[in-house]
Ligand binder design. Structure first.
Ligand SMILES: *[C@@H]1O[C@H](CO)[C@@H](O)[C@H](O)[C@H]1NC(C)=O
Ligand SMILES: *[C@@H]1O[C@H](CO)[C@@H](O)[C@H](O)[C@H]1NC(C)=O
Length: 416
């Protein structure tokens, strides 16, 4: 009885998928303006609106680290490397620090991978501290503001909290020396100690050429209702269960593994990117962190992201209307996911698909080489430009000190 019912529902949604695919074909050329919380700013040009000074650091803080492990270039944390390269040849760069609005310190704190390719940020606080010590003693600009006009790229799971487990990340808090700086990070969650006001949340790095190479004709019918590939449990790091993804991924698996509307599995097929282009909804549940590259992949492949990560702050939300594009499902509502998704009216699905088809949306999610107008590099600069002019009290009074160089865990104070 149950099987029969599922088969019937499956058939209905297969039919719906085909219909949606067909309508989408007719409207593929249409695009509309997109507005986020800061308005219609996605296509702003940052050139002429800010000047950035790039500190020159010894190569042990960046190039040498990369030489040791070139995998860092294709990792989801690679924004820290590509942003550095981008800024070196960007027209917003100034060689005269006296006229700079922003100071950037090129330090690759996330390029420290285990043999399995997982970044472990245990040395990052010491490395960051060492870099700040260096810029503050060799140039006068850090001491002027104690970092108030400096920005840092910290793409690790919980940004400058530098730990992959949320509990530990919260316990650590943001590295004290970065309290006054602007953090450009992938992590975003409301009311969380690892996201401070004024930070810029960016997409994780996903390799643009590789995704490009897997594009299939845009009129291909979307015959998969819900798609997901990835871990449901992380037995190695979370043997008791329930901690990883706060149990949300386990719940997806336990509730929907036999549901024909759900194409979900731990196996990563070679057709992963193509499959996303054949799906209507792509699940983007939290993992260790609330975010994952799936979000970028979903946008690039026009698959409506189903965001399961309570209070997540999505990349460039001031420029991109995520509520209109994606579907937010509370972690506690995962068992109702089937009802939630099947009750979305087709016209709403179509509108989301139309927004996703907008090329400027996709561009904003990518860090292409070379950079292109409107890409993620430009969105970061736009975000920094919108924070200008700096608040009057960004400059400290003479003799004033706010930061405490010996605050934080003792382990962080050891030399790097
Ligand atoms: C900045 O302040 C630190 C002490 O807080 C000092 O050691 C350093 O020399 C100062 N930097 C410059 C360039 O004066
Ligand atoms: C700086 O932090 C250390 C360690 O937490 C603390 O012992 C010290 O009193 C602090 N110094 C100031 C000036 O607040």
């Amino acid at each position: 009885m149950k099987d029969w019912r599922w088969a019937f529902v499956g058939f209905l949604y297969f039919a719906l998928a085909l219909r949606i695919g067909a309508v989408e074909l007719g409207r593929g050329q249409q695009t509309e303006r997109i507005s986020g919380s800061a308005g219609d700013v996605l296509e702003d040009d940052p050139v002429g609106r800010l000047k950035v000074f790039v500190y020159e650091l010894p190569s042990k803080y960046n190039k040498k680290i990369l030489q040791k492990d070139p995998r860092c270039l294709i990792h989801m944390f690679a924004a820290e490397i590509f942003m550095h390269r981008f800024l070196l040849s960007s027209p917003v760069r100034t060689l005269n620090p006296e006229e700079a609005d922003w100071f950037y310190t090129p330090v690759y704190t996330t390029c420290d991978l285990t043999p399995n390719g997982l970044p472990l940020p245990f040395k990052s606080p010491r490395m960051m501290r060492s870099a700040i010590q260096l810029i503050s003693s060799n140039w006068p600009y850090w001491n002027r503001t104690e970092g108030g006009d400096h920005f840092f790229i910290v793409p690790h799971d919980f940004g400058a909290c530098f730990h992959y487990q949320e509990e530990k990340a919260i316990e650590r808090g943001i590295l004290h020396l970065l309290q006054r700086a602007t953090l450009v990070q992938t992590f975003g969650q409301k009311n969380h100690v690892c996201l401070k006001d004024g930070s810029i949340t960016i997409p994780p790095y996903a390799p643009p050429q590789k995704m490009q190479a897997h594009l299939i004709p845009p009129d291909t019918p979307r015959s998969i209702f819900v798609y997901f590939r990835g871990l449901f449990y992380d037995v190695g790091n979370d043997p008791e269960g329930g901690y990883y993804a706060r149990g949300a991924r386990a719940s997806v698996w336990e509730n929907f593994k036999d549901n024909p509307l759900f194409d979900i599995s731990t196996e990563h097929p070679t057709t992963y990117y193509e499959d996303m282009q054949r799906a209507i909804f792509c699940l983007c549940p939290l993992g260790w962190a609330p975010w994952s590259p799936r979000l970028v992949e979903a946008v690039i492949f026009g698959c409506i992201p189903v965001i399961i990560a309570d209070d997540i702050v999505l990349p460039f939300a001031d420029a991109i209307p995520w509520e209109e594009i994606g579907v937010y499902v509370d972690e506690k509502d995962v068992p109702k996911l089937d009802n939630i998704l099947t009750s979305i009216p087709p016209e709403v699905i179509l509108r989301k698909q139309r927004l996703l088809a907008n090329p400027s949306m996709k561009q904003a999610m990518l860090f292409p080489q070379p950079a292109q107008p409107g890409d993620a590099f430009h969105q970061i600069l736009n975000g920094l430009a919108r924070k200008l002019p700096h608040n009057k009290n960004v400059h400290l009074k003479s003799g004033e000190k706010i930061l405490n160089w010996t605050a934080g865990p003792v382990g962080d104070l050891k030399p790097w």
